[in-house]
Design a protein around this ligand. Structure first.
Ligand code: ZN
Length: 182
């Protein structure tokens, strides 16, 4: 990579990242470059830092999202979309729901056509990641086993629940017993 002698922050980030890379501290190397890219005034310099960050092994989904941001700043939204899609795809593989969501938000700001089937597929994936709601309470009568009752229709005791039909049957039986004993 050709140096940028008038850009000390750029040079410093590259040197630091190279050193970290040699020590196989790829995650930190990536962070250094990402941070430096954010502070660059020239989008081209930011892109070069991010491209270097992409060469380190590991999770580069965040770098792709940053690439998308820079491309968007340069009004290259078609390219930004490709970067963001790549970042989102990687984030999905790593189950990084927040990052997928962030990438989708970035895509919403783009002035470019996004194919609906892709958008739907990503939204479906996001929906699947959401915790499933607690199952609805089952309104079940412990005596007859029927469960087609609306809430409030059953008489709920501490351990058992009885439906109006069973209360009625119980009532008839008690009545019968009472009559026969008379
Ligand atoms: Zn019942």
């Amino acid at each position: 990579m050709s140096p940028e002698p008038d850009n000390p922050a750029f040079e410093e980030a590259i040197t630091q990242a190279e050193n970290l890379g040699q020590r196989r501290e790829f995650e930190q190397a990536r962070s250094v470059l990402l941070r430096a890219a954010k502070e660059q005034k020239q989008p081209d310099s930011a892109t070069r830092l991010l491209q270097r960050a992409l060469q380190f092994p590991g999770d580069s989904s965040g770098v792709w999202l940053a690439m998308g941001k820079v491309a968007h700043k340069q009004e290259q939204d078609a390219q930004a979309l490709q970067h963001l899609k790549t970042g989102i795809w990687l984030a999905m593989k790593l189950n990084l729901t927040d990052r997928v969501q962030k990438g989708m938000q970035q895509i919403e700001n783009l002035d470019t056509e996004v194919d609906t089937s892709w958008r739907q597929k990503t939204q479906d994936w996001l929906n699947e990641q959401k915790p499933t709601p607690a199952p609805q309470a089952i309104h079940l009568c412990d005596f007859c086993g029927q469960d087609k009752f609306a809430p409030g229709e059953l008489f709920e005791g501490l351990r058992t629940t009885i439906c109006p039909g069973c209360v009625h049957k119980l009532h008839l039986r008690l009545e019968k017993k009472q009559n026969s004993s008379d």
